[in-house]
Design a protein around this ligand. Structure first.
Ligand SMILES: [Ca+2]
Length: 376
């Protein structure tokens, strides 16, 4: 039985309001043109997809607590009273604590082993999977406890983890770490908005408590077209339809964080005290909506998997093909254009013109026959 996914709306997102024009696929037509449905492009509302992500950490042994381990703080390296122990509910830090709902004032986090193997790099991959094509609608925010990494890469996959591509590089020194000049979104022009950049904004040491978050800036990219307060969403929608690669840039099925070097506390690595170097993540926010190719206004959780509730005679997890018998035209994605209602690009019945076999029938001399062109 399909379970209705109660999408957790993000009321703080200004995106949700301007997007309302595409929240409904169909409406009743006015009586003057006859009763019936009027179709338009549509998309499901955004949700915080952290509630639905599968988290995998590689290598699995990188998670702390087996065997139990002590760790210190960067600010006070002689304060080493904390312990990670996988066998104790109070002292364990498993991966699911990156996506849990926290009670107010109680921070829960995943944590790695310490850098006892220095100078061998302390590497950890965190793969977030939804098994569904999603469209990010606001900033992806990763919250680090005990300091942000000195360098890391955010990657994405659009084919459920078969192939990967970089999304953004993060380092305290982009040139040295990745041979890239440091950039910010404000350095980008509308024509190169989909460029993969290296930013130094979230990697410099400013104190573990002062700055905890690493951001993939989606809102700043939208602002380039939609304005500072995201009021001109029509411009963004138009660009999504016309600018090559823009829509794909915001689409993914999986994300991967490759943690390459932990926080160092603003100085060189002090190898006599490796217990103060490790990664700890308390939360990963992924505000996104199901990608339904503008053919659905709802996304449901069925057998633990997200599915679009397809309209416009389409079917498939992403409404990516025509339903049975509705293939008179090849499948097309819906369109935001023309604004404000967009175009449904529905699949339609497959009719064939065949000659009439009855001599009694008056003109027209042909009848229309529905031909089942069954989709598989
Ligand atoms: Ca948490």
């Amino acid at each position: 039985m399909a379970l209705l996914l109660f999408l957790v709306l993000l009321p703080s997102l200004s995106w949700t309001q301007p997007a309302a024009q595409f929240d409904v696929c169909r409406s009743l037509r006015g009586l003057e043109v006859g009763p019936g449905w009027e179709f338009s492009a549509c998309q499901p509302p955004p949700a915080n997809m952290k509630e639905l992500m599968q988290i995998r950490v590689d290598p699995p042994s990188i998670t702390c607590g087996n065997p139990p381990e002590r760790f210190c703080t960067l600010e006070n390296p002689y304060l080493c009273s904390d312990e990670c122990d996988a066998s104790s509910p109070d002292l364990s830090h498993p991966p699911q604590l990156m996506g849990d709902r926290e009670r107010a004032g109680h921070i829960t986090y995943w944590q790695t082993v310490t850098w006892s193997r220095y100078p061998e790099p302390l590497l950890a991959n965190i793969t977030l999977s939804w098994n569904k094509s999603l469209e990010v609608v606001d900033d992806i925010i990763v919250t680090f406890e005990h300091g942000r990494p000195t360098s890391m890469v955010l990657e994405k996959s659009m084919d459920k983890g078969v192939t990967w591509q970089p999304y953004q590089y993060y380092a305290d020194n982009c040139l040295e770490t990745f041979s890239m000049s440091p950039k910010q979104i404000s350095d980008l022009a509308p024509t190169n908005l989909t460029q993969v950049i290296c930013t130094e904004q979230y990697s410099r040491w400013v104190g573990a408590r002062e700055e905890k978050i690493v951001v993939f800036e989606v809102r700043a990219r939208f602002r380039v077209f939609a304005g500072l307060k995201l009021i001109n969403m029509d411009t963004l929608y138009t660009q999504m339809e016309t600018m090559k690669g823009l829509r794909d840039f915001f689409t993914f099925t999986n994300l991967r964080l490759r943690l390459l070097r932990p926080a160092l506390g603003g100085t060189y690595v002090q190898r006599h005290n490796p217990l103060k170097y490790f990664y700890a993540i308390s939360n990963i926010d992924v505000p996104a909506r199901c990608n339904c190719n503008l053919h659905a206004s709802q996304c449901l959780l069925r057998d633990a998997k997200l599915h679009c509730e397809c309209d416009h005679n389409t079917t498939g997890q992403d409404c990516q093909r025509c339903s049975r018998g509705f293939k008179s035209h090849s499948w097309r994605r819906g369109s935001y254009l023309p604004l404000p209602k967009g175009t449904a690009n529905s699949c339609t019945y497959l009719w064939l013109e065949v000659p009439s076999t009855s001599s009694h029938l008056p003109t027209p001399t042909s009848s229309r026959t529905l031909v089942g062109s069954w989709d598989t």
